[in-house]
Design a protein around this ligand. Sequence first.
Ligand code: HEC
Length: 158
Amino acid sequence: MDAYACIKGSLKAGYMNSGYPVAGVYQEWKSFNTQPYVSDTHGGRYVNNYVNGTGRKAYGKYENVGAMPQGSAIAKDSFAIKGNGQVVAGPLFVMEKMPPGWNPESGDWRYTLMMPNGNVVGKTRGIGAKNVGFCIDCHMPLGEDQDSLLFLPDALRK
Ligand code: HEC
């Protein structure tokens, strides 16, 4: 998608202001969607799903994932296209699988929400943790048998 190609670099640059290591590397991870798609549950913006080396094999099993290995990380960047065609950066959504027992309330996932300029809005068990409580509220119950994961529409899977 041309819009994504055009904003990809600046998305990464903005997220990197956070100093959060994922920001600088996620675009090199395996992407699981054939094209950006609108996610109503993540602000109605276009999103992409990237999974790191530790998690990609399990994630690719989709609904049969079972449990993701510790150290798995999933990053979802986002952008919007305005009526006038302008492409606007959106937040970065990250899930990282922590050691067993780290935080049972989130299925041992650390959720992070970051603005396009790199400001971290919240992180499980870290700064602004309460601001990512709504991520857990939606992911945990819906993804009960698949390690809190919700994947992506069938037609867009690689
Ligand atoms: C109302 C429900 C809902 C909320 C709230 C929500 N998500 Fe999601 N999330 C989903 C759904 C559904 C998918 C898969 C489909 C899609 O991408 O839209 C998903 C996919 C993801 C993925 C890709 C991994 C996967 O599950 O396959 C990440 C990473 C993610 N969300 C992070 C977050 C973070 C971080 C927050 C909070 C800032 C959040 N989500 C809030 C429903 C939600």
